[in-house]
Write a protein that binds this ligand. Structure first.
Ligand SMILES: *Cc1c(COP(=O)(O)O)cnc(C)c1O
Length: 384
């Protein structure tokens, strides 16, 4: 049905009407006093969302641009870095790092499993010469629905003392607790079309004092993504280049919505959505791709047996106007992924699970009793 699309992919995520309407305005000059006020408010609210007093900078890029900025501002060619790779986005960190001539050592885990924090601990403890300049990881690995144990890995980085911790928090920020100051995270990258509830086009990077120190000696080339330019401008409630003015009106509205919901409530809601989705999938007899202990709050990956993942996606889209994500790289056709990140409520999960049941029935999958998924989700909602 026209205009009835429901996004249950891990970005772009659904956008609230309040945000859409906030963007439906004539742009104003980005050097005007009125726009300075917008930037001042955004900066304050971004720091609130990031739980930090560090700089949080806005860039006109997708999430990958924020990741690239996180590399090129703080490192030099030949620097030794440890990269966690257990999925598409960890792999992207390794690719970016190699593209800029870093000496990359990967710590890997099978896709669908979490990174082993001890593997980082051992490498860091063995580095008595303090040559490891950064540990680079993806917190919520969107390609598999796995949440890596950032807190423990970061503990090892802190014991090392010299290394920076650089984090892709693209699908954890705004869904999962990422206390930047409490944990001492140096560089944290995120993007607008995920937990922020606004369309794609803005990237965010938070930068610690320790990272700014590293900036002073970092030799990788940079111009548009030179974060000092953004810091200087942000300190004056301005921006170094023309920013996406209307997207920032949207961000103003979405951050106001987030502040009124409250961080704890936002995290609790995402946890509830995750638990209900996982309970429902189990009740349908479909295997979950990530374990309960390592489940991301943003996305649930399912590896169906006895029914094809791509057929499920296709019927869900055609008949119920619900967009699910497929598998990436070697997981293409093997898994489907249900995004529950950002502007998603309990009702959306119930609708998605009911539609999934109807889809399974249409596809002739008979390993469940109809209604079992909805009942499991409903009871999870009643109990968490
Ligand atoms: C979406 C996403 C990104 C950024 O992808 P872009 O397409 O560049 O916005 C990076 N990391 C993770 C974990 C993501 O989910």
């Amino acid at each position: 049905m026209e205009d009835k699309n429901m996004l249950m992919i891990p970005g772009p995520t659904p956008v609230p009407e309040k945000v859409l309407l906030a963007m439906a305005k004539h742009p104003i000059g980005h050097r005007s006093g009125d726009f300075s006020k917008v930037i001042a408010e955004l900066t304050e609210n971004l720091k609130w969302l990031h739980q930090t007093h560090n700089d949080v900078l806005m860039l006109t890029v997708s999430g990958t641009g924020a990741m690239e900025a996180g590399i090129i501002n703080f490192l030099s060619p030949g620097d030794r870095v440890l990269v966690g790779n257990n999925g598409k986005f960890g792999d992207r960190w390794a690719k970016i790092s190699r593209a800029f001539g870093l000496q990359v050592e990967e710590i890997t885990a099978e896709w669908g499993k979490a990174l082993n924090p001890q593997a980082f601990g051992e490498k860091l403890a063995a580095d008595t010469q303090k040559q490891i300049k950064a540990v680079i990881i993806t917190h919520s690995e969107t390609s598999t629905g796995v949440l890596n144990d950032l807190e423990t890995i970061n503990q090892y980085v802190k014991n090392h003392g010299k290394s920076l911790i650089i984090v892709d928090a693209v699908t954890s920020l705004g869904a999962t607790n990422v206390p930047i100051d409490a944990w001492g995270l140096d560089v944290v990258a995120s993007g607008s079309q995920k937990g922020y509830m606004i369309p794609p086009g803005l990237g965010f990077v938070s930068v610690s004092q320790k990272a700014w120190k590293a900036y002073e000696t970092a030799k990788l080339p940079k111009f548009y993504l030179d974060l000092k330019k953004y810091k200087k401008a942000t300190d004056e409630n301005s921006s170094p280049f023309t920013p996406p003015v209307n997207l920032m009106y949207g961000l103003q509205a979405s951050l106001q919505m987030m502040r009124s919901e409250g961080l704890d409530n936002i995290f609790a809601r995402h946890r509830r959505l995750t638990q209900a989705t996982r309970a429902a999938i189990k009740a349908l007899g479909l295997p979950l791709f990530a374990s309960d202990e390592a489940a991301s709050n943003a996305i649930t990956a399912v590896a169906p047996i006895g029914v094809e993942a791509e057929k499920i996606r296709s019927v869900m889209k055609k008949r119920y106007d619900i967009a699910l994500a497929g598998g990436q790289d070697h997981l293409k056709g093997k898994i489907f992924r249900i995004g529950h990140l950002g502007f998603v409520s309990d009702r959306d999960i119930l609708a998605a699970i009911a539609s999934l049941e109807a889809t399974l029935i249409e596809l002739g999958y008979e390993s469940f009793s109809p209604g079992a998924g909805v009942a499991a989700a409903a009871s999870a909602f009643a109990n968490v």
